[in-house]
Design a protein around this ligand. Structure first.
Ligand code: DC
Length: 219
C-alpha cells in the first residue's frame, strides 16, 4: 500500500489539500483529528471536563469509535451514531486538543489508524502521522502557514458554513492549540526528520495538492 503522511498545525490547509490530493490519486483520505474530536465530544456529552485526565480515560472503557466511508467521504461514528457534524462544533477543537495529550487516548486510537493504512492506499493527516503512526510512510509532508493566515482560513470556512465566529478569538485559539500540540510530552507536533516541510502561506489548496500528487507520481 502507498501511505502519504501529512502533518502540521491547525489550519495549515492539511485537510483540504490532503482530500484533493487523495481524490486525484484515487486514494482514501483519512482525517485523524476527527478521531480525537470524537473522543473529546464524547467526554463533553458525559459532562466530563476534557482536562480531567482520569475522567477522560474512564470514558474509553467500552467506547467504540469507527470510521466509515460513504461515497468516498469519511464519516466518524461513536457506536452507531454518525457524529461527523458534531465534531466540527467550535468546542470540539479544544476538547480534541486536550484529550490528545493523554497517552491512553493516543493508544486507544492507534490501531484504528494503522489498520486503515495497512489496508488502503491512503493520504492520512494529523499531527504525528509521519513521526509515530506511519513512520514507514513512503511520503511524509509537514504543511505549515503563519497563525494569521491559518486563522483567516478557519474563519472563512466557519463563516461559509454559517457558524458565527470572532476572528481574534479564533487566532488566539489557534496560537493556544499550536502551543498545546507542540509542547505535549507524547507525540508532539513536529516535522519528521525525513519529511518535507511546505509553507502554504502563499499557496492555493490546488497548488499544495499538486505538489503532493507530483511527489507520489515520482515514487
Ligand atoms: O486536525 P484537527 O484540528 O481536527 O485536530 C484536532 C486536535 O486533535 C488537534 O488540536 C490535535 C489533535 N490531534 C492529534 O493530537 N493527533 C492527530 N494525529 C490529529 C489530531
Amino acid at each position: 500500500m502507498i501511505n502519504i503522511a501529512i502533518d502540521g498545525p491547525a489550519g495549515a490547509g492539511k485537510s483540504t489539500a490532503a482530500k484533493a490530493a487523495a481524490a486525484k490519486l484515487g486514494f482514501i483520505y483519512v482525517d485523524t483529528g476527527a478521531l480525537y474530536r470524537a473522543v473529546g465530544i464524547n467526554a463533553l456529552r458525559r459532562n466530563i471536563e476534557t482536562t480531567d485526565v482520569e475522567g477522560v480515560i474512564s470514558t474509553l472503557d467500552g467506547l467504540s469509535i469507527s470510521i466509515r466511508f460513504i461515497d468516498g467521504t469519511q464519516h466518524v461514528y461513536i457506536g452507531d451514531e454518525d457524529v461527523s457534524v458534531d465534531i466540527r462544533l467550535p468546542e470540539a477543537s479544544m476538547a480534541a486538543s486536550n484529550v490528545s495529550k493523554i497517552p491512553e487516548v493516543r493508544a486507544f486510537l492507534f490501531d484504528l489508524q494503522r489498520n486503515l493504512a495497512a489496508e488502503n492506499n491512503c493520504v492520512m493527516d494529523g499531527r504525528d502521522i509521519g513521526t509515530v503512526v506511519l513512520p514507514d510512510a513512503q511520503i511524509k509532508i509537514f504543511l505549515t502557514a503563519s497563525p494569521e493566515i491559518r486563522a483567516k482560513r478557519r474563519y472563512n470556512e466557519l463563516i461559509e458554513k454559517g457558524t458565527p465566529v470572532d476572528f481574534d478569538v479564533l487566532l488566539a485559539e489557534i496560537i493556544q492549540r499550536d502551543y498545546n500540540d507542540s509542547h505535549r510530552e507524547i507525540a508532539p507536533l513536529k516535522p519528521s526528520e525525513d519529511g518535507i516541510v511546505i509553507d502554504t502561506s502563499g499557496m492555493t489548496i490546488d497548488e499544495t495538492a499538486d505538489i503532493i500528487v507530483d511527489l507520489v507520481n515520482k515514487l
